[in-house]
Design a protein. Structure first.
Ligand code: NAP
Length: 296
């Protein structure tokens, strides 16, 4: 394990370096030391040495097993990365009086139409392995560390990740018509907005603990989101984008997805003064980065 920087006084240690959220956290705060899996394998390594080396004031876990379809055939690895590793890290933070922030997912809910928007107290029912391991991780973290704070977020996107957004933009760049599901609804989250919420929480000397919902802006279906992205990308495309709304049944996937996981984030606003993000404001930034700086 080699430290990213020799600054052992860096107050915020982020687990993860190249991921969407990890990058956004590092970009927004010079006090962040981001630690890639080559330096600290969350699934395997003992966090004691990492914490004793960096001596952070707070740890933000931005690392996870995020391949939702892949997890269906890789449950042990998903569980190690989404549950056992974070719980071990949470316990090590607790033992050293280091704050611990973690990110979970809207997929802990089954999204049965008529249930959303979900408050934190709503009954969970994960539909796939990824979601189940994230849900088990929430409980294991809170069992290990009663001061931990877990933010559930949905549909994180940035300019470079292997996200849905980049997948559709890649297709549009190639002039291919798209079919996008309009029966899955949630709150897209622009990675820098979510990072800002976490860094605001990290800066607090007194933080609430437990599970909170983060809302990335107004609700949308994947179809709405794709349309908004295509509209912004249009000047950069060689032909008119064609996007057809379809039902989820048109796209059978290894992992079942919940239909409607709109999150109610009022509790986060009440407890910590953190309001919703604004993915519609982030999207033009992402499109500009992709087409004007060519980093897609
Ligand atoms: N993406 C979404 O739509 C979404 C939605 C809801 C919730 N979430 C949650 O939000 C958080 C951030 O997601 P994201 O989209 O930023 O993820 P991401 O882009 O897929 O990045 C995953 C991160 O996990 C790290 N990682 C993977 N295996 C590791 C290991 N064995 N040890 C240490 N680190 C490891 C990677 O490390 P390297 O930097 O070394 O590559 C990377 O930084 C996760 O907890 C995820 O479950 C995501």
């Amino acid at each position: 394990m080699t430290p990213d920087r020799t600054d052992a006084d860096a107050p915020i240690l982020v687990i993860g370096r190249t991921g969407q959220l990890a990058r956004a956290l590092a970009a927004q705060n010079d006090a962040v030391t981001a630690c890639g899996r080559d330096q600290f394998d969350l699934a395997q390594h003992d966090p004691a040495a990492l914490l004793d080396h960096h001596r952070p004031r707070i740890v933000i876990n931005a690392a996870a097993y995020t391949d939702v379809n892949g997890a269906e055939n890789d449950e042990l690895a998903a569980h190690a990365l989404n549950c056992t590793g974070p719980a071990r890290l949470a316990a090590a933070c607790k033992a050293r009086d280091v704050g611990f922030l973690h990110v979970s997912t809207d997929y802990v809910f089954d999204g049965t139409p008529g249930q959303a928007p979900y408050a934190e107290t709503a009954a969970t029912n994960p539909l796939n392995v990824y979601a189940r391991t994230k849900h088990e991780g929430e409980q294991a973290i809170l069992d290990a560390n009663d001061t931990a704070l877990i933010l559930r977020a949905a549909w994180i996107f940035d300019a470079r990740g292997g996200s849905f957004l980049n997948a559709i933009l890649n297709r549009l760049d190639q002039g291919q018509p798209l079919k996008v599901v309009d029966d899955q609804i949630s709150t897209p989250s622009w990675a820098p907005d979510l990072a800002q919420a976490l860094l605001t929480l990290a800066a607090r000397t007194k933080r609430p603990s437990g599970v909170f919902h983060y809302k990335g802006g107004d609700y949308a279906s994947w179809y709405d989101f794709a349309r908004a992205a295509a509209e912004l990308a249009r000047p950069h495309l060689n032909c008119e984008p064609v996007i057809e709304a379809v039902d989820s049944s048109a796209f059978p996937q290894a992992a079942e997805r919940p239909k409607d996981t709109r999150l109610d984030a009022q509790a986060l606003l009440d407890a910590a003064g953190i309001d919703a993000g604004d993915w519609r404001a982030g999207l033009p930034e992402v499109i500009a980065q992709r087409y004007e700086q060519r980093i897609g």
